[in-house]
Design a protein around this ligand. Structure first.
Ligand SMILES: NCc1[nH]cc(CCC(=O)O)c1CC(=O)O
Length: 331
């Protein structure tokens, strides 16, 4: 019997095509099924308005979800950080594959890194999270920088630096890596991966989410082959923190859960993963106030344990005044 091809709904951007292509290959390999890509245009792809004005990155997700719910496609791949924290009742995240580099990178004029940003540097980012942390970094180094809201795809953003309109832009490392053209795209520009001690990424950054109808049990089971349990509990803790801080998708919240290893870690001695650390930050976009905390616990072995880790850190951050920093509505 020949099974019908699985239809994977995707946006047409270079990044979305790369992400969908990657997952399509993995699904073909693991299931032996044929996978065809179905292009879907979203409002976020056609609007020139700033994302915060059109309601955040959720706009990218909505059209793909509509296509899933209408039965036009069987599954879809999202950047996890673009997904609202509330799960859609009829859909399920059937797989969260192993995460890529979660960091942000600074793509800057030749020779310029975060450490050597000049006073008055113009840095392109419309993300309140990036603005808050970059401005805080600059302040602590006695500098003033100007953050300039930009949007558009990765090529467009890098273009501002190539054309000399900006000194630097901030992008997700994962996006840059996935479109493959780090060299080709950035040319003589300097690509500086930002230490997560300076800039915590967005919750879920670098991870993908593979979504389908919750009722499609066979497909849910097949896609589960792509799931990485560590990535899933890490991003669950990060997104729980985001939700518990009652932050919208364009809120100035950074979070990263990573595994802490124990043991000598050299020669033939294996390192053993012992704990998971969850770090979180929230701040004002001018960087004058940041609440940055971390908590460490046993590696969660279930969804509920990951949620508990996120809640614990959220409670600590709220006790330190995090809520007061969330009201700001910044571009
Ligand atoms: N904000 C849009 C967006 N959503 C996902 C990525 C990159 C891929 C990822 O973070 O997983 C990007 C681009 C960026 O922030 O530079």
């Amino acid at each position: 019997m020949t099974e019908k091809a699985l239809r994977l709904g995707t946006r047409r951007s270079k990044l979305a095509m790369a992400q969908s292509g990657h997952v399509a290959d993995a699904v073909r390999q693991l299931t032996g099924r044929t996978v065809e890509l179905v292009e879907i245009t979203t409002y976020g792809d056609t609007s020139r308005e700033h994302l915060a004005q059109i309601g955040g990155t959720g706009v990218f997700v909505a059209a793909l979800r509509d296509a899933l719910l209408a039965g036009e496609v069987d599954f879809a791949v999202h950047s996890l950080k673009d997904l609202p924290t509330a799960q859609h009742p009829e859909l399920t995240l059937a797989a969260i594959p192993k995460r890529e580099d979660p960091r942000d990178v600074l793509v800057a004029r030749e020779g310029v890194t975060l450490d050597t940003l000049p006073d008055g540097a113009r840095v392109g980012t419309g993300s309140p999270r990036r603005m808050a942390q970059l401005n805080a970094y600059a302040r602590s180094h006695g500098l003033t920088i100007e953050t300039v809201p930009i949007r558009g795809n990765i090529d467009t953003r890098v273009g501002y630096v190539r054309k000399g309109e900006l000194d630097a832009v901030v992008l997700a490392a994962a996006g840059l890596n996935r479109i493959g053209g780090t060299e080709e795209l950035t040319g003589s520009l300097t690509v500086d991966p930002l230490s997560v001690d300076a800039v915590l990424p967005a919750p879920g950054q670098g991870a993908l989410a593979v979504e389908c109808l919750a009722s499609n049990a066979d497909l849910v089971a097949a896609l589960a082959e792509l799931d990485d349990p560590y990535t899933r509990v890490a991003v669950t803790a990060e997104r729980t923190l985001l939700a518990a801080l009652e932050a919208g998708c364009s809120a100035p919240v950074g979070a990263l859960a990573d595994l802490l290893a124990d043991g000598p870690g050299h020669g033939s001695h294996e390192q053993t993963v012992t704990e998971m650390r969850l770090r979180g930050v929230v701040g004002t976009t001018d960087g004058s106030t940041l609440v940055q905390l971390s908590t460490t616990g046993p590696v969660p072995t279930s969804h509920d344990e990951a949620v508990a880790l996120g809640r614990e850190l959220a409670d600590e951050m709220l006790a330190k005044g995090a809520a007061g920093l969330m009201g700001e509505r910044a571009l």
